[in-house]
Ligand binder design. Structure first.
Ligand code: DAH
Length: 336
């Protein structure tokens, strides 16, 4: 095989071109075939010599073509692998990960704080009997304090005997029925009222109830617990205070306020220029309530409190419309 043929073979860039070149070099019309055809015209000596040369040349050409074909095949295969390659490093999930709703986060944070103070967490049913929601809590039938709640009734049993709980206080009764004092419990949960939705009210919202029953519990324990809680949740610059109030199930009863988080006590529109925001109710457990669950009020005393996680979340994060919490606008929810 001469250098020219060798160079042509190596210069061939595709398999079809190489097939054409193969025909040209080895086919019927090739120089080799022509020389083979002329063998018969040669003398026996020359024929032998030329026959050997032709074989050698054919073998050399075939080897060169096969080598080039292998190279071209490998290149094609690699090109195909490149084209078909799946870059697995790019299959990073582009899913956006969600997170807990602000109200759930708030409930968990409140639970953590009270668990840190030694409280346990209890739950009760949302559909309640009149007895648990009112009666056992010292609201006799027809008591005017029942009007504090716009109650939603469930069409079950005697008329008005089954309610959607209007507060989490009935869980206090269930906890006291279930366990012996000393009791240190919080009771988070959903409550319902026949209320019209506005910037500060929802008909369905959460409460977190607290109950302590032990020997020698005083109003000072209540005030101290709520103050410790206030600092833990809102930070050191927010103070708490108690104002006289009325609830049938506590005596004395109080309203629990904290420094207005918007103006830090200076007085603004949100706090009605008082410098304080109301968080919930509290008081010393009424002896009638203890008697209703078979706990001797001469031996045991206790305090209770109840406040609204939604309202606390609004205060902590400076949100001015409670409806933001339930419209499920992802741009709002994402911020927390
Ligand atoms: N249950 C009351 C309400 O929803 C709040 C409340 C007041 C709870 C005083 C208490 C308490 O435990 O002692 O309005």
């Amino acid at each position: 095989m001469n250098d020219e043929i060798a160079a042509r073979i190596t210069a061939t860039g595709t398999r079809p071109a190489l097939a054409e070149l193969t025909t040209e070099l080895l086919g019927k019309k090739s120089d080799l075939s022509a020389r083979k055809a002329r063998l018969g015209t040669l003398s026996p000596e020359e024929r032998k010599e030329e026959g050997r040369r032709l074989n050698e040349e054919r073998e050399a050409i075939e080897a060169a073509l096969a080598a080039r074909r292998a190279e071209l095949e490998a290149a094609e295969r690699n090109a195909r692998y490149d084209a078909e390659r799946l870059d697995l490093t790019e299959v990073v999930p582009h899913l956006r990960r969600g997170h807990l709703h602000l109200v759930t986060q708030t409930l968990e944070e409140l639970e953590d704080i009270f668990i840190g103070m030694g409280f346990t967490v209890a739950e009760g049913p949302v559909v309640e009997t009149d007895w648990y929601n009112f009666g056992a809590l010292n609201f006799p039938v027809g008591h005017p304090a029942r009007n504090m709640y716009d109650t939603l009734y469930v069409d079950l049993g005697e008329p008005e005997s089954t309610v959607l709980r209007t507060h989490t206080s009935p869980v206090q009764i269930r906890v006291m029925e279930d366990r012996e004092p000393p009791i240190y419990s919080i009771m988070p949960g959903l409550v319902h009222r026949r209320d019209t939705t506005d910037a500060s009210h929802l008909p369905n919202f959460h409460q977190i109830e607290g109950l302590v029953v032990d020997r020698g519990i005083t109003f000072g324990d209540l005030a101290g617990t709520l103050d410790a809680f206030t600092h833990a949740y809102f930070g050191g610059d927010i103070a708490s205070r108690l104002r006289p109030s009325y609830f049938p199930f506590t005596e004395p009863s109080a309203e629990f306020d904290v420094t207005c988080v918007f103006c830090k006590g200076a007085g603004c529109r949100t706090c009605g220029k008082t410098g304080w925001l109301e968080l919930g109710g509290c008081g010393m457990v009424h002896p009638n309530v203890l008697t209703n669950v078979g706990i001797d009020p001469e031996e045991w005393s206790g305090f209770a409190f109840g406040f609204g996680p939604e309202r606390m979340a609004l205060m902590k994060h400076g949100i001015n419309d409670i409806r933001e919490l339930i419209t499920n606008d992802i741009r709002f929810l994402e911020q927390f």
